[in-house]
Design a binder for this molecule. Structure first.
Ligand SMILES: [Zn+2]
Length: 65
């Protein structure tokens, strides 16, 4: 699927900024057709949550120092 690179890029960007309506539509449409990118986005979400949890515990540790 030729859009995969672009979609994975958008999915990564989504962790750092708000997506435009066009980007959301593009991603949504592609994800309906592409199991590979669905898996990627799912992993990205999981990774993002893990990073947030890690950062939160890191902040607590920083307070103790
Ligand atoms: Zn794809």
């Amino acid at each position: 699927m030729k859009n995969c690179l672009k979609i994975t890029q958008i999915a990564s960007d989504a962790q750092e900024r708000k997506l435009s309506m066009g980007e959301k539509m593009q991603m949504h449409t592609h994800l309906m057709m592409c199991p590979g990118c669905r898996a990627f986005v799912k992993n990205t979400d999981t990774l993002s949550q893990m990073m947030k949890a890690y950062k939160a515990s890191d902040d607590k540790n920083a307070d103790k120092k």
